[in-house]
Design a protein around this ligand. Structure first.
Ligand SMILES: Cc1ncc(COP(=O)(O)O)c(C=O)c1O
Length: 304
């Protein structure tokens, strides 16, 4: 394990150590925008694998791996950004088996796993890898304090096979020597005080309530104009404009009208490496309280 300056640095180090111009990399479609941008900077040829409410479609992922023999596969298996989707236990085990069989590096980015509402999600790929022979050699795992303590501390971590970790450590020395001792000490102190679990209990309850209110408001205010899957944790709703009865079907245009009403969301297109679904959008319920969420969704309805 190495401590990184946020998990964003872990992703950058993976890009720097693993990706040469023209290398193929498979990501979920949609996936975290900054990862697409970061891997592209290293010249990756990015290929999107489709997802549904249970995370990435493993049959299609397996076929894409066989076809393209990618340098790595990047996944956010738990409460994905932007999809909110969580990979089922069965699919997790299959992905580990595929990784070991095809000798393909899987990068598990897991900043949201602790932010479940009621039921804990299935164990991470990292936790499950002990039960799937050979898979640990083909797995890197990124974690972060950003979503569970404070993003400004910039403390994350990378767990990876020793060869990758050794190279990542060398690259890190050239980039920032080491992650701030001060912020690492703050995290360590916080953990020693046993404050994390009580805080997480409050955060889980608060986010669950906000997500419930957002879902109810969206159904009430936007009706058949929008479709979405109800997330079970994390920070996001991933939604699709239906265009029903002349209502909007292009999220970028709808975003401009929403801003005129004083509310913002992120159109979904930039979260796709290729062939964006222009009707998609990401709504976050993390920072606004319940009253603001209701008001925000009412403004979205006025922008229809
Ligand atoms: C999926 C995912 N990975 C990584 C990050 C980067 O987080 P940080 O660098 O703050 O740890 C984010 C932040 O939004 C994210 O959503």
């Amino acid at each position: 394990l190495i401590v990184t300056t946020g998990s964003q640095q872990a992703l950058d180090l993976i890009g720097k150590t693993m990706i040469s111009p023209g290398d193929k990399v498979i990501v979920e479609a949609p996936t975290f925008l900054a990862t697409i941008q970061c891997f592209r900077l290293y010249g990756a040829n990015i290929i999107g694998a489709p997802i549904d409410a249970d995370g990435v479609d493993v049959d299609q992922l397996e076929a894409l791996i066989e076809e393209h023999q990618p340098k790595l596969v990047y996944l956010i298996p738990t409460f994905g950004n932007p999809s909110g989707a969580t990979l089922s236990l069965a699919r997790r085990k299959r992905i580990l088996e595929i990784a070991a069989r095809t000798k393909t590096l899987i990068v598990e980015d897991d900043p949201y796993g602790e932010l479940y509402f009621d039921t804990p999600p299935p164990p991470s790929l990292l936790a499950l890898s002990d039960g799937v022979p050979g898979s640990r050699d083909w797995l890197a795992h990124c974690g972060s304090f950003s979503k569970i303590l404070s993003p400004g501390l910039r403390v994350g971590w990378l767990i990876a096979p020793p060869e990758l970790l050794a190279r990542a450590t060398m690259c890190k020395q050239f980039s920032d020597a080491h992650t701030s001792n001060l912020t690492q000490a703050i995290c360590a102190h916080y953990l020693t005080l046993n404050r994390l679990n009580p805080t997480l209990a409050v955060v889980r309850k608060t986010y669950a309530e906000r997500a419930r209110v957002m879902a109810e408001s969206l159904r009430r205010e936007l009706g058949d104009a929008i479709e979405f899957n109800q997330p079970q944790g994390g920070m996001f709703f991933w939604a699709q404009l239906t265009g029903a009865q002349g209502k909007p079907s292009n999220a970028a245009e709808f975003a401009k009208r929403a801003i005129d009403q004083g509310v913002a969301f992120v159109p979904g297109a930039p979260f796709y490496a290729h062939d964006p679904d222009l009707a998609t959008l990401r709504l976050s319920f993390a920072t606004a309280d319940v009253a603001k969420i209701e008001e925000g969704v009412a403004r979205l309805a006025r922008a229809l």
